[in-house]
Design a protein around this ligand. Structure first.
Ligand code: RRO
Length: 305
């Protein structure tokens, strides 16, 4: 089964990526060594989101398991741009697959600094702009406003010829309006969905379980919402869509392709099984074959809108 594809010019040997922040490729390399490079679980790797200044992240607890899902309140801990560029980034460009670096800032100027620094590094294949984290409260959430999203993209687009992928929030009534704004501003692709705002209460302490009070829900519990949003967004825009939200196996990956996603990403399932990407890739080939598709491209083209 030929499952090779591309994402806005990035050639991929398969359509399964990781969701940003759900898989630590450097820790996995330390744990699994060369075996990991021989069968890396994803066809492109998306880094954890990086900010300009270093961040500690949210107070504990940061994770809460729900029926068929997980709430995270991680709060974007990261070493900051400078340390990332000199430390993790040179190792990440050495992974056996294309690297997409995820960045986030609370101002246009902050995004400019991040993009200029990351785009200058040889071997970076693309940049994902995270305008949708539910756990960072910096006033206006750019990705909730089409006008803000378009203005941001218009400011950033001239800075690099690398593909720019905008990570959309599901926490809006009409995600297609934000996607259309990203496209109008020059985005090469959109990825969705980020997590859904959620909380969990600890009745014994009579307060939220998560240290920051709430977080973002992910996992199979959100898959039907993700599928609906991928379907409506991919019907609205002409740029490719990276679909994610509760993918656990080949069948659920195929659901996203048929909903209009060009490629898919595995997130929460990586916490349960670090080799989930391999199972999803192999399962997708089998699922395509069972449905009589001759290739992934045929399934991508068969999408109903
Ligand atoms: O770090 C986080 O808390 C986080 C981020 Br940046 C994001 O984009 N989505 C999410 O669920 N958690």
């Amino acid at each position: 089964m030929d499952i090779s594809t591309d994402l806005c010019g990035i050639a991929l040997d398969g359509p399964v990526l990781n969701g940003s922040g759900t898989y630590d490729a450097l820790a996995a390399r330390r744990a699994f060594g060369e075996a990991l490079d021989r069968d890396f679980p994803f066809s492109a790797f998306v880094s954890k989101t990086i900010t300009g200044p270093p961040r500690d992240g949210n107070p504990p607890h940061r994770l809460w398991e729900t029926p068929s899902g997980m709430i995270n309140s991680i709060g974007l801990p990261n070493p900051g741009l400078e340390s990332f560029v000199s430390g993790d980034l040179p190792q990440l460009v050495g992974l056996p697959v294309p690297l997409i670096v995820s960045v986030m800032a609370d101002s246009v100027e902050g995004f400019v600094t991040l993009i200029e620094a990351v785009a200058a590094v040889e071997g970076v294949a693309g940049i994902e702009l995270n305008v949708s984290c539910p756990n960072v409260h910096s006033g206006l959430i750019v990705g909730e406003q089409p006008t803000e999203t378009e203005a941001l993209m218009k400011a950033l687009r001239p800075l690099t010829s690398l593909p720019l992928i905008v990570k959309l929030t599901p926490n809006v009534a009409n995600p297609e309006n934000v996607a259309l704004a990203a496209e109008a501003g020059g985005a090469d692709a959109v990825s969705l969905i980020n997590t859904l705002k959620a909380t969990a209460i600890d009745p014994d302490r009579n307060r939220p379980w998560l240290g920051a009070g709430g977080g973002g829900l992910s996992g199979p519990a959100i898959r039907p919402i993700a599928l609906a949003q991928v379907r409506i967004v991919s019907a609205a825009v002409t740029i490719p869509v990276v679909g994610m939200g509760g993918i656990t196996d080949g069948e659920s990956a195929l659901e996203f392709i048929l909903a209009g996603a060009r490629v898919v990403a595995v997130g929460t399932e990586n916490f349960r099984d670090p080799a989930a990407g391999i199972a999803v890739r192999n399962g997708l080939s089998a699922a395509l074959e069972r449905r009589g598709f001759a290739s992934l491209a045929e399934a991508q083209a068969s999408t109903l809108s």
